[in-house]
Design a protein around this ligand. Structure first.
Ligand code: NAD
Length: 436
């Protein structure tokens, strides 16, 4: 497109370009801006709302020198982005991965603002990452990197400013090291700095299952709306890690027949239904579901196109795109992963009558229980798993109902209605603060 025909708004340009050229962007930050822009215009909100939200408020770039096991110093690059703090402190995970980039941190922090807002949590969005390959590092090196990262961020984060959590390749042990380092620097115990900690350091009961539990609550509500009886319904799940396996176990408990699962190394298919407890044990032992007894191999592409009632992408972003959206046959697509569907693919599935539960709603159970963890840390009073699950149920059902109501009233997709619910809350906070 020639410069002279471009509008001043980059997100509008993406829409225009896509409509003209029938191509899609896979850049997550561009996708996030496009969705924000659409929701702002749909609600007739002032363009100032989009202006406040199109870029993160702050991004810190840090370098972290670590003495490696061979005695040499190696400097790692890390980031922490705070997208919006209009309704509360920033909240979001820390990713350790070779492909971490500034753009990715910006996009993921933006999604977190919307995820927190759609559930009504008193948080904005944050995200962090360090460019590293944890698979190539010893435990001692990882500990030194984790402590170095949080030391570098110490004046930027904190229980009232920005609360990190685990993300790809980070786990409760890493959260424990970071909390310990920060507490030593401050001179007092600060469990509210970070969530996803080991239980003994103030982690919450129910956090491990929380994202999958939230996904299943959304599926149950969606099934009710379209008159699908879950007992005997069929499902296929892409990704069998934390989110995919918990989703499988909880769907199994509701009587759903899971006929296919895949992970990064292969898949398993049984038209009569896979024995999920056995699959979980097998995956723990082998790191893949390939070769599970009484199943045939299946690829990710085959799984996404299967004749099932419910499809759950629970692995990576950009899995359902213009290239394969018309092959999806499920009645419900529950986006357990972040960004598994491109906006164009979403539009095609909407036209086919598929009810899509968008990621910012569908996988919000994790950050919701992280919020409960932070509340418990601040109170120094801990809840039982039953209490946590009951509160999660209430918040997820309320969020689902709010999104579904806009979807029905405005005749827009669930994705667009989720962004509208979220942006309305953010805009209300901006108005109340006198920003707009
Ligand atoms: P995980 O690392 O525990 O599991 C990821 C799974 O996906 C693994 O089984 C892996 O083998 C599989 N996978 C990877 N590449 C694949 C491919 N090309 N095809 C098929 N399968 C593939 O991660 P997780 O915590 O379960 O997170 C999964 C998704 O859910 C991510 O998008 C993550 O951002 C999102 N999410 C996670 C949480 C949480 O609480 N863990 C919360 C919100 C969103």
């Amino acid at each position: 497109m020639e410069m002279s025909t471009m509008t001043q708004d980059p997100a509008k340009d993406i829409v225009a370009t896509n409509i003209e050229q029938q191509k899609e962007t896979l850049n997550p930050h561009e996708i996030a801006r496009l969705l924000i822009n659409n929701a702002t215009r749909e609600l007739g909100l002032p363009s100032a709302v989009y202006e406040y939200l199109k870029e993160p408020e702050r991004v810190l770039h840090v370098s972290i020198p670590v003495r490696m096991d061979n005695g040499e110093i190696k400097t790692f690059v890390g980031y922490r982005g705070q997208h919006s703090t209009v309704v509360g402190p920033a909240k979001g995970g820390v990713r350790f991965h070779p492909e971490v980039s500034l753009d990715e941190v910006k996009a993921l922090s933006t999604w977190m603002t919307f995820k927190c807002a759609v559930v009504g949590l008193p948080y904005g969005g944050g995200k962090g990452g360090v460019i590293c390959d944890p698979q190539q590092m010893s435990k001692r090196e990882l500990e030194a990197l984790s402590r170095g990262y949080i030391r570098a961020l110490a004046d930027f984060v904190g229980p009232d400013r920005d609360i990190p959590a685990p993300d790809v390749n980070t786990n409760p042990q890493i959260m424990g090291w970071m909390m310990d380092e920060y507490s030593k620097m401050k001179g007092y115990n600060a469990p509210g700095l970070i969530t996803g900690k080991p239980m003994i350091l103030g982690g919450s009961a129910g956090r491990g299952a929380a994202t999958g539990r939230g996904v299943v609550i959304c599926i149950r509500e969606a099934a009710n709306r379209i008159g699908l009886n879950l007992r005997g319904a069929t499902a296929a799940i892409q990704g069998f890690g934390n989110v995919g396996s918990w989703t499988a176990m909880l769907l199994d408990e509701l009587g759903v027949k899971i006929t296919a699962i895949v992970d990064a190394r292969g898949g398993a298919y049984n038209p009569s239904g896979i024995h999920i407890p056995e699959a979980v044990e097998y995956y723990k032992e082998h790191g893949t579901v390939t070769g599970l007894a009484h199943t045939q191999n299946i690829t990710s592409a085959e799984l996404l196109a299967m004749e099932v009632d419910i499809l759950v992408p629970a692995a990576l972003e950009n899995q359902i795109t213009l290239a394969n959206a018309d092959q999806v046959k499920a009645r419900i697509v529950a986006e357990a992963a972040n960004g598994p569907t491109t906006p164009e693919a979403g539009r095609i599935m909407t036209e086919k009558g598929i009810l899509q539960i968008p990621d910012i709603l569908c996988n919000a159970g994790g950050v919701t229980v992280s919020y409960f963890e932070w509340v418990q840390n601040i109170q120094n009073y801990y809840w039982t798993e039953e209490e946590v699950n009951a509160k999660l149920e209430l918040m997820m059902v309320n969020a689902f109902n709010a999104v579904y109501k806009v979807h029905e009233q405005r005749k827009v997709s669930m994705r667009r209605s989720a962004y509208m619910v979220a942006i309305k809350r953010l805009a209300d906070a901006m108005t109340a603060r006198g920003w707009i």
